[in-house]
Write a protein that binds this ligand. Sequence first.
Ligand SMILES: [Zn+2]
Ligand SMILES: [Zn+2]
Length: 328
Amino acid sequence: MNSTISDEITTVEPLVKQKVPKLFLFLFFAVSATILFVFTVPFRWELVGVAVASYYLRMFGVTAVYHRYFSHNSYKTSRVFQFILAFLGATAMQKGPLWWAAHHRNHHRYSDTEKDIHSPKQKGFWYSHMLWFLNSDYNDYESKMIKDYFKYPELVFLDKYHWIAPLSYAIGLYAIGGWEWLVYGYAVATFFLGHGTWTINSLAHVIGKRRYETKDESKNNFILALITMGEGWHNNHHHYAHSVNQGFYWYEVDFSYYILKAMSWFGLVWDLKKPPVKVLDEGRRMDAIRKKRDIYMSREKGKWLPTGLGSGIRSGLQPDMANASVGD
Ligand SMILES: [Zn+2]
Ligand SMILES: [Zn+2]
């Protein structure tokens, strides 16, 4: 489902030019390589804590801000806090919020078709994971795709000079904890943050379970939800992209949502959009159908194999699996 994007937006004008794509490319590889500085710092668990904190702080900036706010308008906030959140998102070094959201809206619009710029189905795993991000063809974006935020000059500025945020963040870390914090809090954390985020473009369209029959290949994946603070419930998200929570049920962990919910108690954000009851009911129904189907399939395999003659062999299962109990 993709109701945030108007179907009338078909023009490619005007493109918003990114001024320094080559410089960005150089910086990207340079920053990625700085993870090797980890060998210049004696290992301490406190530094791992710094890296983890820096990772999740900025993962929140990507998931709760770039994705759920700028791309999908799943909650509201003030203009001042909007900028603060956008700045936090920009420290992740994944370019500016408008660039990110404009391309992400396209991802929903064209999911897993030829026009999807990071579909593993179209161009393979590594391209969907990170090479698209470095492809200079996508340095620009259509301002109309993000016109609801393009009207704020401070966001356009932040977007244009997106390198200011990560640079300030790195300087801040150095000021607080010196070289050790810079290496663990910036180099190590940023490296994993990039790859962690991109698993949603790559792995979340490949590995996991599908609850809803969306047009794309999106999957729900618990491990990815832990890595990305809730974004691993990607099939839920593709089905109902408006929702502020991507984990639809209590057992689907979604730390970005928990934090946004806590922020709403203090009036920092409001109008958190939740999935409608019919979407949740449909999900429960689909889960029940899948469960029944899985039990049925297990029973069938169990029945076939002891007879052995043909069907069990064709199923490709080993004899010891045939004797495994599948329950009632
Ligand atoms: Zn997707
Ligand atoms: Zn999305």
